[in-house]
Ligand binder design. Structure first.
Ligand code: NI
Length: 165
């Protein structure tokens, strides 16, 4: 049975670290970790989760957009785990949208993100995939990839507030 994992909260060191690439795809713990991340994300009714948020310093995210109380207009998608995700293309167009984070539960902010992206990632069998996302799902991918580089959305917000556009 998948396990619900504890969620790291803002201020914990793991959330500020750069996560390591997944390299050992034969590790039997890897599918368990992804299943546990999915259970944790669903229990928290979240739309995305990165491994550092459950105290695992690896480059793994799950993107799982669905309409909920926090994001009533979010599109439905099957939860998508991505290992070693890389954003390989970004649109020049940006969009402003509200974000929150399971690791920063008391805050929300309107942030600029690239409107569309192309992401390259591996699945649990190490096979590479590429996917184009727009709007809210592209926003989730950018938010989760930030987690892999030790960046939380309030820091992005501060950067944007300090930079004239
Ligand atoms: Ni987050």
């Amino acid at each position: 049975m998948p396990e619900i994992l504890p969620l790291a909260q803002q201020g914990e060191a793991i959330l500020q670290q750069v996560a390591l690439p997944v390299s050992d795809f034969s590790d039997p713990q890897l599918p368990c970790l992804v299943a546990n991340m999915l259970a944790t994300l669903q229990a928290a009714k979240g739309v995305g989760l990165a491994a550092p948020q459950v105290f695992i310093p690896l480059r793994i995210i799950i993107v799982a957009s669905h309409p909920n109380q926090r994001y009533p207009n979010a599109p439905h998608m099957a939860p998508q785990p991505m290992l070693n995700p890389q954003i390989i293309w970004r649109s020049s167009e940006q969009s402003l949208g509200e974000e929150g984070c399971l690791s920063v539960p008391q805050q929300r902010a309107k942030l600029w993100r690239d409107y569309a992206i192309r992401v390259r990632y591996q699945d649990l069998t190490a096979q590479w995939h590429e996917q184009h996302y727009e709007d809210f799902i592209a926003r989730i991918v950018q938010h989760e990839c930030d987690h892999l580089d030790g960046v939380l959305f309030p820091e992005r917000y501060q950067q944007q507030a300090a930079t004239p556009t």
